[in-house]
Design a protein. Structure first.
Length: 169
C-alpha cells in the first residue's frame, strides 16, 4: 500500500481511503453492478482515471478476508468542471455498508473538489433510492430538480441534488 496514494484512514473500521488505480477497476465495476448503478464499465472508469480533473477514490479493507477475499469496499467517482464538482457514481459493497464508508468517500471527494476550486456540488440519484438520498441530505445536499426517465434498466426518474462547497458551506 503506497502512502503517496493514501487519502485518509478510518481507524474505527480499519479501512483506508486511497486514490483509485487501474488495478481497482475490476472490483469497482463489480461493486457498480451489485449496487445497480448506471453502468459505466471498465473502459469508462479507465478513461476517467486519465483525466486530471477526475476525483476517483476507493475504500480498501484492512485485510481481504474482511470482504470475502476482496480488497475494495467502496468507491466514489467525481469530476471537477469550472467551479463545480459532479458526483458521477458512489457505491459500497453490501457487506461493508452501515460503516459510514459512503459518507466518508463522498465527504473526502467534496473536500478535494473544494480545494481544487469547486464552489458547489451536483449529483443525480434515483427517485426511489431513499437510503442514498438520506446520505446526501445528511451531507448537506438538497433536491433542486428532477430528470424524467433519466435512468434505464429499470427506467426511473432522477432527483438532481446540489450543495455549496467552500468556507461558507
Amino acid at each position: 500500500m503506497s502512502s503517496a496514494g493514501l487519502i485518509a484512514e478510518l481507524t474505527h473500521a480499519g479501512f483506508l481511503i486511497e486514490r483509485m488505480s487501474e488495478h481497482d477497476l475490476l472490483e469497482v465495476v463489480e461493486i457498480e453492478e451489485a449496487c445497480g448503478l448506471s453502468q459505466w464499465g471498465w473502459d469508462a472508469y479507465r478513461a476517467e482515471l486519465e483525466r486530471p480533473e477526475a476525483i476517483m477514490l476507493v475504500a480498501r479493507a484492512p485485510r481481504p478476508e474482511v470482504l470475502n477475499g476482496r480488497g475494495v469496499a467502496g468507491y466514489v467517482a467525481a469530476r471537477l468542471g469550472a467551479d463545480e464538482v459532479h458526483v458521477n457514481n458512489i457505491g459500497v459493497r453490501a457487506e461493508a455498508r452501515r460503516l459510514g464508508l459512503g459518507g466518508v468517500l463522498l465527504g473526502l471527494a467534496l473536500d478535494l473538489a473544494a480545494r481544487g476550486g469547486a464552489r458547489g456540488a451536483v449529483l443525480e440519484v434515483r427517485a426511489g433510492n431513499l437510503p442514498a438520498q438520506a446520505l446526501y441530505r445528511r451531507l448537506g445536499f438538497a433536491v433542486v430538480g428532477e430528470r424524467r426517465r433519466y435512468y434505464r434498466e429499470p427506467a426511473e426518474d432522477a432527483l438532481v441534488m446540489t450543495r455549496p462547497l467552500g468556507p461558507s458551506a
